[in-house]
Design a protein around this ligand. Sequence first.
Ligand SMILES: [Mg+2]
Ligand SMILES: [Zn+2]
Length: 223
Amino acid sequence: MRAAAFLDRDGVLNDLVLDPASGVSESPLKVEDVRLMPGAAAAAGSLAQAGYVLVCVSNQPAAAKGKVSVAQLLAVHERVTELLANEGVTLEASRLCLHHADGVVPALSMPCAWRKPAPGMLLDAAAALGVDLRSSWMVGDTDADITAGRAAGCRTLLIRHPGSVHKRLHAVGPDVVADSLNAGVKQLGLQPSETLIVHGPRYGGFRQKVCHRARPDLNTDIC
Ligand SMILES: [Mg+2]
Ligand SMILES: [Zn+2]
């Protein structure tokens, strides 16, 4: 079985955006606000080169909260994949959970097994892609990311993005801590392991148990 690098998106692959109204850094909600973190594409490329399947797993509750449309969220995600592709990096799959228990849009306002800290996105992607969770890594910048990774049985890498410090209480015990994806991946001392053997069709079984295939062209599923 292959191993995956489950990558949170905002604060790991791309930068957060300061909301002047709240003074809090948030996920980018406009295509033109998307910027990759320095070194993030190269680091993701190193993970892929070491044999890890790159899977983006991201909570995206802004539509549930009535701030943007689902189409806008997907456009932002497309921009992230486009900027990565410009640097030669392809995400093999993405899972986005649009739900939030306290949203204002009824169709999206409910608890969800895909929303981190629950491990649903990781479990679903692992089953679809034939990934061994124990040899995989979950990388994220919040406690919810680390909790989800641990719940799925993965090793965990916490990225200390300054904009998300309020979402880290350091109580959830990541295996590795770093200030950027680039620094973190260097700490992992990547070596292709015998668990990273590609078998079967590259996208074998991908369509099973999909909540909603939002963008087949981006291999992006939402729920
Ligand atoms: Mg994040
Ligand atoms: Zn969901």
